[in-house]
Design a binder for this molecule. Structure first.
Ligand SMILES: NC(=O)c1ccc[n+]([C@@H]2O[C@H](COP(=O)([O-])OP(=O)(O)OC[C@H]3O[C@@H](n4cnc5c(N)ncnc54)[C@H](O)[C@@H]3O)[C@@H](O)[C@H]2O)c1
Ligand SMILES: [Zn+2]
Ligand SMILES: [Zn+2]
Length: 377
């Protein structure tokens, strides 16, 4: 079958991407689903900083590829073995490409699935092959999703069936941003009610962590970013205080406000500088949780004596330590009850043709989540 898709040709092109055009919209061939796979007609796909990092060349990918790993759509065809998933189901797609059988999957850590790592780094589906081609030439997949396209073939483990009454554009954000940000707070850190938390970096992921903080009942929720627009949005959705990261006395002011520092500092800025800021906000015994994925070449240093004498913890967080089938429906139920107002994270709906420009806007840091809209939705 033919479909329109955004094909990434080269990493590391200069900004503005609207001029250098690392992605072009092409007519690709997409094969039907094989065993354990479904074909999805995309309705919405979110722009995540992880795709921006791929555009910037911060992590190498097999090219040409189709980016996009957070989306909502409707099942149009099912392969053998997909169980209860049926044509017409509404689904949320995310980058947790899991095998369902390895030790990590069986112990409730599908995002760490070792079997899927190979497929992700080779740009293929779990069976090591691609369903995408362009004039007979192989096109690689991204995280088993590749949803900057009218259709996606995905493993049944990459998606969750949702209530058809839910809007697919907002639901799409649960595939990566919400799963990661809310999951960081409620799963990775298990923030107790009454805690003082800070969130450094207020994109789709960080703002979701602010929402997670309100859901968990944190008493103080301190928002930190370099853009004032982001600080205002964070206060609108539940941050109790906000500070500009670039202000020299930012860390000191947060420590003063929180009686010696926060219990949990969530770092979601995408840069190692943000990690340093987050670490400096911790009280003694505090925990820093970072979801940032800066360039693979970068390292993060902290004072070894302070780590030990202050009994601090630095913890990585991948996909909010979520089990998508357990957590996406649970977070969506909270959204439906108004407890996770994810619609406030949507800065703009854009078209597939404007995808390069959308990443320029994301790189400027002023947009929360932009969503590509495909069909009526
Ligand atoms: N671990 C995971 O599972 C996972 C999942 C999704 C995204 N990510 C990563 O999380 C990071 C955030 O993703 P996003 O889509 O929300 O990004 P984004 O670009 O939308 O947001 C980043 C925010 O950080 C702010 N910022 C930049 N430099 C800063 C600094 N020095 N101090 C404070 N704030 C600063 C920006 O102004 C922006 O508001 C990226 O690195 C992304 O790759 C990780
Ligand atoms: Zn993402
Ligand atoms: Zn597995």
């Amino acid at each position: 079958m033919k479909m329109r898709a955004a094909v990434l040709h080269e990493q590391g092109r200069a900004r503005p991407f609207a001029d250098s055009r690392p992605m072009t919209i092409e007519e690709l061939d997409i094969e039907g689903p094989r065993a354990d796979e479904v074909l999805i007609e995309m309705v919405a796909a979110g722009l995540c900083h992880s795709d921006l990092s791929t555009l910037q060349g911060h992590r190498l990918r097999r090219l040409p590829t189709v980016l996009g790993h957070e989306g909502g759509g409707i099942v149009r065809e099912v392969g053998p073995g997909v169980g209860e998933i049926k044509v017409g189901d509404h689904v949320v797609l995310g980058p947790v490409l899991a095998c369902g059988e390895c030790r990590d999957c069986l112990t409730g850590h599908p995002a760490l699935c070792t079997a899927s790592q190979a497929a992700k780094s080779h740009g293929t589906m779990l069976d090591g092959t691609s369903r995408l081609s362009w004039d007979g030439r192989e096109i690689f997949h991204t995280s088993g999703v590749s949803c900057f396209a009218e259709y996606s073939v995905a493993s049944r483990f990459s998606l969750v069936v949702i209530d058809p009454d839910l809007p697919l554009a907002e639901s799409a954000l649960f595939g990566c941003a919400v799963m990661t940000g809310v999951g960081a707070v409620v799963n990775t850190a298990r923030v107790p009610a009454g805690a003082a938390i800070a969130v450094v970096g207020l994109g789709g992921v960080g703002l979701s962590a602010i929402l997670g903080g309100t859901l968990a009942g944190a008493e103080k929720i301190v928002a930190v970013d370099v853009h004032d627009e982001k600080l205002s949005l964070a206060r609108e959705i539940g941050a109790t205080h906000s500070f500009r990261a670039s202000d020299e006395n930012c860390a000191e002011a947060v420590r003063e406000l929180t009686d010696g520092g926060v219990d949990f500092a969530f770092e979601m800025s995408g840069v190692t500088r943000g990690m340093k800021t987050a670490y400096d906000l911790l009280r003694r015994g505090g925990v820093m949780v970072t979801a940032s994925l800066p360039s693979a070449a970068e390292e993060f240093a902290f004072n070894a004596y302070d780590l030990v004498s202050g009994e601090k913890t630095v913890r990585g967080c991948y996909m909010g330590s979520c089990v998508p089938k357990r957590d996406i429906p649970r977070f969506l139920r909270m959204y439906k009850r108004g407890r996770l107002p994810v619609e406030k994270l949507m800065s703009a709906m854009i078209t597939l043709d404007d995808v390069n420009l959308g990443f320029d806007h994301l790189a400027e840091g002023r947009m929360a989540r932009q969503v590509i809209g495909f069909i009526g939705g």
